[in-house]
Design a protein around this ligand. Sequence first.
Ligand code: FA5
Length: 454
Amino acid sequence: MPSTDQTALQFSALGIRDVSGIGLLFAQLRANFQSELAHASETGKWEQIRDSWIASDLAIRANWIDKAPDEFKPILSREHQSLLDFIELGLAVTRTLRQLGATTPDAVAAQFQKLRSKFDLELGECADQIDIGVTKVGWLGRRSGVIMNLTESWLKQSTVELRPIVGRELNALRTHIETAIEQRQSELAAAAESQALARDRIDLSLPGVQRPLGSAHLLRQTFAEIERIFLSLGFRVVEGPEIETPYYNFEALNIPEHHPARDTMDTFYLEMPRGAEPRLLRTHTSPVQVHTMESQQPPVRIIVPGKVYRRDNPDATHSYAFHQIEGLAVDTDVTFCEFKGTVEHFVREFLGPAIKTRLRPSYFPFTEPSVEVDASCFACGGSGCRLCKNSGWIELFGAGMVDPAVYGFVNYDPARVSGYAFGLGVDRLSQLKYGIDDVQLFFQNDVRFLRQFS
Ligand code: FA5
């Protein structure tokens, strides 16, 4: 018998090093006992088995518990006790009631009550669903569960008089076991769920995750500001292509080939297939004047925000890619007065109500007369300082009345319509307004610079 063989060994000879080894050892003993018991019911050698396991019990105490190192003693005692319970239960349920001395209804009831208490104790010690599973198999298992054993040895072997009582008690015990297991299972599931909920609980007192919020680039803010002013005057925002033909960028704006104005607007040309019409990056937003007038009849009141390109060397006031907002108003009765009033209104809105405006004669091929719009210096109020180079005035942008020659390119009747146009350099206006001495800062993406305007 392997069980007794093992129990005859000293604990140190078992080669056990940890708690799980002890668990396995006792699991093995339980399995041995059960198989011997199954065999005993067949052969009737029950008394022999009982005696040999009582001997094992004594050997476990003497050879294992007493000889084990102190740290293993408690677990050995616990496992030993549970083995004894297991043996006692096994021995009880495989004998007949008569063998157990239960020959009256009260004695039968007492036997069942003992089992019920045992079961309740065992179930109460179940810590998780696995423990419950083991208990369930032990009590309800079809092959060698307690109920199955009771049916064979208690019910089937009982006297005719006691059988109804045994049957009733057995049923009551089975129902009790089933209900109690179910209840304990749902208790454990609920406990596990509330534990999980507690683990996952959102702690509202924790500091939030701070995500850095971006903000519009200063140039975008200037665009928005300028658009707001002109939208309030009834202008519409339109956009046009950045890749243009020389016709729209120059010719239709009254800048024929070899015109000296082209020298100030050299740009980047695209590589095109041989024979194809040349394409360039627009040097100003003015071509959108032409596109718009081609596609609609007056009245036209548009502003055109966008990117433009020139072959300029980068410095504090120049970039090869920069931004403009074009303005165009054409109708049957647009006067120079309306032009001047609009420009003055814009400058006051954009730079402040105290700012004065001055128009200075200038030249653009597509406006006649042409002007440069100057504003009184907002840094010194007009008395002269470094910003205005002691002139008291700051140059803001170019503008003028639309040259009648341009109407010829878009099939407008110059005798019937009149209008004005202007071209704002958005980068330069932002530089002026916010005191930025280098236009390159707009394109370097240094957040220390950008944050100042967030
Ligand atoms: C023009 O581009 C005209 N199309 C403006 C215009 C429109 C006049 C309608 C009349 C009627 P100009 O070449 O001056 O104009 O450029 C306009 C503005 O663009 C300048 O005042 C300046 O603020 C800005 N600018 C020009 N070149 C650069 C550059 N390389 N980098 C940054 N800003 C520039």
